[in-house]
Design a protein around this ligand. Structure first.
Ligand code: HEC
Ligand code: HEC
Length: 326
């Protein structure tokens, strides 16, 4: 056969393959895939559309993505195709040199965005984001209006979840210890009294004796807020501690099993009866007057004048704090 015909057939084949790929991955979906608008899809106003165009023009999507996948739950709710029906062309992005912006709307006040765009390092020390100080006032207004729409229709039942690493680790080790069992919680209470009560208080109210001299107070586990914590979330917080505070990384000194016992106890502490501020004040004050509440008397047991727990209660609580600061 003619040599050139061979090349022609090979060439045709390559071209056909190429066209098929383009057809199947690009044209066909564009024609057939028409998702319904989801409740999260945002319809943009004229100003926001303008802002979106500036976002494209300035290439913000070279560094910022706008999608949350299964494997990045800490960025918020997973996105659906229907979230993007009003977005043509899309600005999904591929790189995450900067953080994902799917849910940045409402995270900061608009004034923060202005400051950040003019001089990123003024609000985020060490930021490598370029300055957009050359944008006109109108452009900046439009861009910020657009940013504030991102994720504004998403309602997040559980925004904060532990990192994948901890969720996996918890899933494995929690098979050994049933954190929902009350006997386990009771055992956890013992570990808590030895390691945590001096800061977090005997009843978990964040008012242990050591807390008095601390600038950043220990967490009050009786807050209704903590009722939303998942078991693996507790585990993560105990294991990693709280950077920038006196809360230690218990991972370093306690075993996985000990920490699970603690989780079992901690998860019983949040109050779900949602007390009003006035109620807390009243009930805490009345407990302060009750000499049987160990929390309050923690120091006084050792104090020189053990009978002195009437009258100037609040005074005496803080009097033992000594100096200020941590
Ligand atoms: C060279 C890469 C780069 C480009 C281009 C870029 N950014 Fe950023 N951006 C970053 C980095 C890195 C951060 C994280 C540090 C910081 O907050 O400054 C960031 C942070 C942000 C944040 C704060 C996110 C958060 O959750 O704290 C917003 C909002 C933002 N950028 C918007 C924009 C907009 C709008 C543009 C386009 C006008 C843009 N960025 C262009 C790299 C970039
Ligand atoms: C030296 C004092 C100290 C000790 C001891 C201590 N904590 Fe803390 N703990 C803190 C401080 C301070 C915080 C930070 C509160 C905040 O972020 O507002 C904290 C925060 C926490 C949090 C995070 C709460 C949140 O908001 O997510 C958990 C969980 C916790 N502690 C559990 C424990 C457990 C369990 C122990 C004992 C094994 C313990 N802590 C011992 C001081 C202490």
């Amino acid at each position: 056969m003619d040599q050139r015909l061979n090349y022609l057939i090979a060439g045709m084949f390559v071209l056909l393959t190429f066209i098929t790929i383009i057809f199947v991955t690009t044209l066909l979906p564009a024609w057939t895939f028409k998702p319904e608008a989801s409740a999260e899809a945002v319809v943009y106003t004229a100003l926001e559309t303008e802002g979106r165009n500036i976002y494209r023009r300035e290439g913000c999507f070279y560094c910022h993505s706008q999608f949350v996948r299964y494997q990045d739950p800490e960025m918020g709710e997973m996105v659906k195709a229907g979230d993007y029906v009003h977005e043509t062309p899309h600005v999904l992005g591929t790189e995450r040199t900067g953080p994902d912006l799917s849910n940045v709307g409402g995270k900061y006040p608009s004034a923060w965005h202005w400051a950040h765009h003019i001089k990123p390092r003024a609000v985020k020390p060490g930021s490598i984001m370029p300055s957009y100080s050359y944008l006109t006032e109108h452009e900046m207004t439009a861009l910020v209006a657009y940013l504030q729409t991102l994720g504004k229709n998403r309602k997040l039942p559980q925004w904060i979840v532990p990192p994948q690493e901890y969720r996996d680790r918890f899933a494995v080790i929690s098979e050994k210890v049933n954190v929902k069992a009350s006997a386990i919680a009771n055992a956890g209470r013992g570990i808590y009294m030895q390691n945590c009560a001096q800061c977090h208080g005997v009843a978990g109210r964040g008012n242990g004796p050591v807390s008095m001299s601390m600038m950043k107070k220990p967490a009050n586990f009786t807050r209704p807020y903590y009722a939303k914590y998942r078991d693996d979330m507790w585990f993560w917080r105990v294991a990693e501690g709280v950077p920038g505070s006196r809360m230690p990384r218990w991972d370093r000194s306690l075993s996985d099993e000990d920490m699970l016992y603690l989780v079992a106890y901690l998860r019983t502490l949040p109050r779900t009866d949602n007390p009003k501020v006035n109620d807390i004040e009243v009930s805490e004050m009345s407990q302060l007057d009750d000499p049987n509440v160990l929390d309050h008397n923690f120091w006084q047991i050792e104090s020189l004048n053990p009978t002195n727990h009437g009258g100037g209660d609040m005074e005496s609580r803080y009097a033992y704090g000594g100096g200020r600061g941590d």
